[in-house]
Write a protein that binds this ligand. Structure first.
Ligand code: FE2
Length: 187
């Protein structure tokens, strides 16, 4: 018999989730699609909301980092509005919030964003939408949540995630002046 090598630590894939109805409409995006959603070019003042930093790595199940892949995030502004023509809520839009941003991973898979802490809007617990693309091919679409947010237990999409996988999409912010969270995306 050929001996079978023991499996190295294989990571679980980050659970995928619905893209949702508000992947930002191209015509509504700002020219500035960088990884700082709080600042649009040099517009003053910055976005409303609590400014946070989110960083992490895009890695494979074998812990190999993926270099130069695109990580996109989008979320509603502090008033609960998306950059989408279909979001016809009466709440006013925060014109200083970029709403959609993009980061390119470094050689070690590292990416980072500066954005606002997500807020709830009618029907949803706070979340940030995330998409990972390699050569325009989609590797993952998912959503990040605030760990321990009370609305998580009423959220239909959050509840669909297997309990033992939820922590892989939880943002755990620290107490820094600009709170930081680190989260890996396993694709
Ligand atoms: Fe959403």
């Amino acid at each position: 018999m050929i001996p079978v090598a023991p499996l190295a630590n294989v990571l679980s894939l980050t659970p995928s989730a619905s893209e949702g109805p508000f992947y930002p409409t191209s015509s509504m995006r700002f020219n500035d699609i960088d990884n700082d959603l709080v600042k649009i070019s040099n517009l003053e003042p910055g976005a409303q909301g609590e400014v946070v930093r989110i960083s992490g790595k895009v890695i494979t199940q074998e812990s190999q980092p993926l270099n130069n892949v695109v990580v996109e995030i989008w979320q509603c502004d502090a008033n609960g509005r998306y950059l989408h023509t279909g979001d016809s809520g009466r709440r006013s839009r925060d014109k200083d919030f970029q709403g959609f941003g993009r980061a390119y991973t470094q050689e070690d898979g590292y990416f980072e964003f500066r954005t606002i802490k997500p807020v709830s809007y009618p029907g949803r617990t706070p979340h940030i939408h995330v998409k990972v693309l390699q050569n325009k091919q989609e590797l993952l679409t998912t959503q990040w949540y605030l760990a321990d947010h009370p609305l998580n237990k009423q959220d239909f999409l959050y509840q669909r995630i297997q309990k033992n996988q939820r922590d892989s999409v939880h943002l755990h912010f620290n107490e820094a002046k600009e709170p930081q969270a680190f989260i890996n995306l396993v694709v």
